[in-house]
Design a protein around this ligand. Structure first.
Ligand SMILES: CC(C)(COP(=O)(O)OP(=O)(O)OC[C@H]1O[C@@H](n2cnc3c(N)ncnc32)[C@H](O)[C@@H]1OP(=O)(O)O)[C@@H](O)C(=O)NCCC(=O)NCCS
Length: 193
């Protein structure tokens, strides 16, 4: 296990731990009902966002299972969203990724790009064996990110929970470390590298 050097840079983005100075940016999306449509929470008050930011900023690397690493996604110095890695199990070397972007920045592939970097961290730095992602089956923008990343759809649970007052379906996607590394080789070959 080795904490990466921040910021982690991708082609267009930088990922780094949140600080309390990111409050306005985080509130710009956490306060929106549309962003929360398929998240477990609801639109937050400034006080609730401030509380959530304290938790995000507290973990700069997941040291033990159950912890969430939540990194700010920066585009040209502006914080446009967050990329999450939950350390699900140390013994089984399992983790789960998640993502939220401000709607002004949807439609450019930033969630896919940031999540690919987070999956790299999960395998290269945290030593995981399998990374999953899950979403409401109606959250098409979210499962399309998982498909674009090359993750495998492993489950479609029907009515496994009551979500915001109605029966919800949940999709589970996953990728194994060796599958991810093979895809990286193929991606590099496709890019001529
Ligand atoms: C889930 C969420 C992050 C997806 O955002 P997104 O902008 O659709 O995803 P990406 O950033 O990967 O962008 C992909 C889109 O950009 C397009 N795109 C443009 N340039 C691209 C590029 N260089 N690379 C990849 N995609 C690109 C893709 O075609 C795709 O659009 P399409 O779905 O219409 O085909 C966003 O909808 C969101 O924040 N939702 C609210 C929070 C949420 O529900 N999170 C998930 C909880 S499970």
């Amino acid at each position: 296990m080795s904490k990466p050097d921040y910021p982690v840079r991708t082609r267009r983005l930088a990922l780094r731990p949140f600080t309390l100075a990111d409050l306005a940016a985080v509130h710009s999306w956490q306060s929106r009902a549309d962003v929360n449509r398929y998240l477990y929470g609801e639109a937050r008050t400034p006080e609730e966002t401030a509380g959530s930011l304290v938790n995000k900023a507290a973990v700069t690397w997941p040291e033990k299972e159950g912890q969430y690493l939540c990194l700010a996604i920066e585009k040209d110095g502006e914080v446009i969203g967050e990329s999450v890695l939950k350390y699900l199990s140390q013994y089984h070397r399992q983790g789960e990724v998640g993502y939220v972007l401000h709607p002004d920045h949807h439609g450019h592939g930033y969630a896919t790009e940031a999540t690919a970097a987070m999956i790299d961290l999960a395998f290269d730095h945290l030593g995981l064996h399998r990374v999953i992602a899950s979403c409401d089956a109606l959250n098409e923008a979210s499962w399309r990110v998982m498909e674009r990343l090359g993750m495998r759809k492993e489950a479609h649970f029907r009515h496994n929970e009551i979500f915001k007052g109605a029966w919800g379906d949940e999709l589970i996607y996953a990728v194994l470390e060796d599958e991810w590394r093979r895809m990286a080789v193929n991606r590099a070959a496709a890019n001529g590298g």
